[in-house]
Design a protein around this ligand. Structure first.
Ligand SMILES: [Zn+2]
Length: 234
């Protein structure tokens, strides 16, 4: 018998509504009450958290205009009832368990030192396996980018093989976060190589006019004599 799919938000009720997210390949799968709460910015903290784990908090309906990092609704159009079990997990509560910790890292707007420090306490090979699985399972660019950020901030040279694979795929969307992973995992010459053409084009453009853009900050700046110039994201 086929297993009933559960609502992604409450993870209790049967899923029976599909609502578009910002990623066409990965919509929200919800029960009716959670769907209603999503559309009225009235999710309970744990519901917001569960959705943020899967879709990232950067989706419009989960955005920080509407919810705090603990899942508290700021602009709820309906009453939000929060029981003790309806609260979102804290870093302190889940830092020793790898899967929940990786979940938590996705729900943060930025990957900050407290989460990096907690991730560093885990076995690096297990973390790399978990990061790669999460990257492959999701369609969301933000979730994939967070996995690359963790690779850059935590895994270093132990992730060199995977970083090479990602650079070979040359996906434009990940060019910038990958530059950090390349800087942290690969020798400088090898890490910088995929960016050489881009840098050359931009340097030529700099001579042609005054607008010259590289990511801000760009991890290899010190090696290509670009310190101190105006840098902007790709
Ligand atoms: Zn639900």
């Amino acid at each position: 018998m086929e297993k009933t799919a559960l609502c992604e938000a409450c993870q209790k009720n049967e899923m029976n509504v599909v609502e578009a997210s910002n990623e066409p390949k990965q919509p929200y799968h919800l029960c009716h009450p959670c769907h209603e709460r999503l559309l009225t910015y009235s999710l309970r903290p744990i519901e917001w958290y569960n959705l943020a784990v899967l879709h990232s908090p950067k989706q419009f309906l989960l955005h920080d205009d509407f919810y705090g990092e603990d899942g508290q609704a700021f602009l709820a159009e309906d009453d939000v009832v929060v029981t003790k079990r309806g609260k979102a997990p804290t870093l302190q509560a889940i830092r020793h368990d790898l899967t929940p910790l990786l979940d938590f890292s996705i729900t943060r707007w930025f990957l900050e030192d407290d989460v990096i420090d907690a991730l560093k306490q885990h076995d690096q090979q297990k973390l790399l396996d978990a990061v790669q699985s999460r990257f492959d399972e999701t369609h969301h660019v933000e979730v994939k980018s967070r996995m690359i950020e963790i690779t850059a901030g935590v895994l270093g040279t132990s992730a060199a093989g995977w970083v090479r694979e990602l650079l070979d795929q040359a996906d434009e969307e990940f060019l910038y976060p990958l530059s950090w992973a390349a800087a942290s995992s690969l020798p400088v010459d090898e890490g910088l190589q995929p960016y050489s053409r881009e840098i050359e084009i931009r340097q030529r453009k700099r001579k042609a006019d005054r607008s010259f853009y590289l990511p801000a900050p760009f991890p290899f700046s010190q090696y290509i004599g670009l310190d101190g110039i105006s840098l902007h994201p790709f």
